[in-house]
Design a protein around this ligand. Sequence first.
Ligand SMILES: Cc1cc2nc3c(=O)[nH]c(=O)nc-3n(C[C@H](O)[C@H](O)[C@H](O)COP(=O)(O)OP(=O)(O)OC[C@H]3O[C@@H](n4cnc5c(N)ncnc54)[C@H](O)[C@@H]3O)c2cc1C
Length: 511
Amino acid sequence: MIGIDLVWFKRDLRTHDHVPLLSAALSGRPVLCLFIIETERFELEDTDPIHIQWELDCARNLSVNLKKLGAELHFKKGDCIKILEEINQQFHIKRILSHEETGNYWSYQRDKKVSEWCESEKILWIEYPNNGVIRRLKNRDGWKKRRDERMRMSLSDPPIFKHTIPFNRKIPEIEDLILNPRVLQNRPEPGENAALKRLHKFLQKDGKKYSWAISSPTLSVKHGSGLSPYFSVGALSLRRAVQETSSRINYIKKNKSQLEGHAEWIKSLNSFRTRLAWRCHFIQKLEMEPDLDLKAQNPIIESNMNRILDPEKFNRWKEGTTGWPFFDACMRQLTSTGWINFRMRAMMMSAASYNLWLPWRDTGRFLARQFLDYEPGIHWSQVGMQSGTTGINTIRAYSMTKQGKDQDPDGDYIRKWIPELSMVPTNFIHEPWLMPESLQNSISCRIGIEYPEPIVDELVTRKEGVSRSYSARNSEKAREISKKVLKVHGSRRRPRRKSKKMSSTTQKKLF
Ligand SMILES: Cc1cc2nc3c(=O)[nH]c(=O)nc-3n(C[C@H](O)[C@H](O)[C@H](O)COP(=O)(O)OP(=O)(O)OC[C@H]3O[C@@H](n4cnc5c(N)ncnc54)[C@H](O)[C@@H]3O)c2cc1C
């Protein structure tokens, strides 16, 4: 038996820029393309049926694209090792080809089991680098240079297959797996084709206003790239996004005399390209510390904080019934659509961590299940930063009322997501508890009845939370660990010079 090459699709559901696929097509062996939904994941606290549904829908598009190349996508459900064993018995696997995955602690453990199994069966498992994340690094020295080199490597076209293993069944629908995801409003179109379409529309049209629009929860929906759900399942390679962005920037620079608003375009696309680099920077942290979803980067700070899971506070935070209108609108947008912009994600963690003093694991897991684009490396690094448990980042405690006034001055966004407040006049929309009783009665929005009173005093609890967080950093042991965290994970970019005028107190006030 000559044996087969098995291409194991995990979070790389695409045909373009897919080196494992290319390598299999060139090997001359029969190729079996495999996609598994591992049922153990249904029990994980950071996995939601919306994630499984998104993967299935993207895999369906992959299956169509593979067919055009002469290959079939085999769909299996169950335990990964058992599935590989069955395939091996039937076809004799010579090599497994996949991309490296930087996932949660569960997928890290699963990969270790697969690696042991391959060794025992004498199967060669080749894992190809995925984007800018570098395996087996001890610290960040030289990381950026290597990441940038990866981004410059040429993109591979989808290969044509001569000999593949047929598979005549369709990829199931989510209901066939007995899962019942919540229905998301405005969910993006799934798959590689839609991802490319979105990238091009962003680079040609919507991205012009990116740099100033992304702080707003409404404008960012149109002018942000909206690519994160595609990246999370690898429907688009990051390298492709980086290269196409650079080409577009070069084009704009060359043709600036004919292009209206070229300076705005360049500012926006540079800022977008920086964020694409952040993606790798944050995922690299999880790659180097695979239990970031379970353990605080600085456990001494976490223990000194002693945060408590108060059920009422946790529930009202989750439901968007805190009584802070802008916060509640953001939470309701997120739970309804599966997406919200960066600034508002950070504000959500800040409210949970500083105002409500809730533990990061519980709030982080809840958010992970709300995000269609859940990406463990970014998510847990950000949750750590925004809850003040890394010890190396400035504490960013956002004022919900200030964010509301800045991002939604007329209150239209709040009224859209909180119908209880639809009749509240603009001068009270950010602080409806200040409305006179007569007004509350006349518009049927009685605070404490139709809409809740603020769960806690925003200003007082924020100050308290920030002060407790800085105190928690203050032991020698905590400082020692923070230094180690900085050494391993800290960006090697030289810090920008601080303006003389900006004291640490003003820094705290900025958000
Ligand atoms: C608490 C918290 C949790 C987060 N969890 C996730 C997550 O699970 N998945 C996820 O993709 N992003 C996460 N982010 C980062 C960021 O909010 C999203 O990447 C962004 O909102 C996605 O929308 P977009 O694709 O339109 O982004 P754009 O602004 O168009 O950016 C393009 C891409 O750059 C990357 N990127 C953008 N901002 C960041 C950032 N701050 N850090 C790292 N990469 C970035 C993403 O891959 C994004 O798709 C989190 C942020 C916070 C504060």
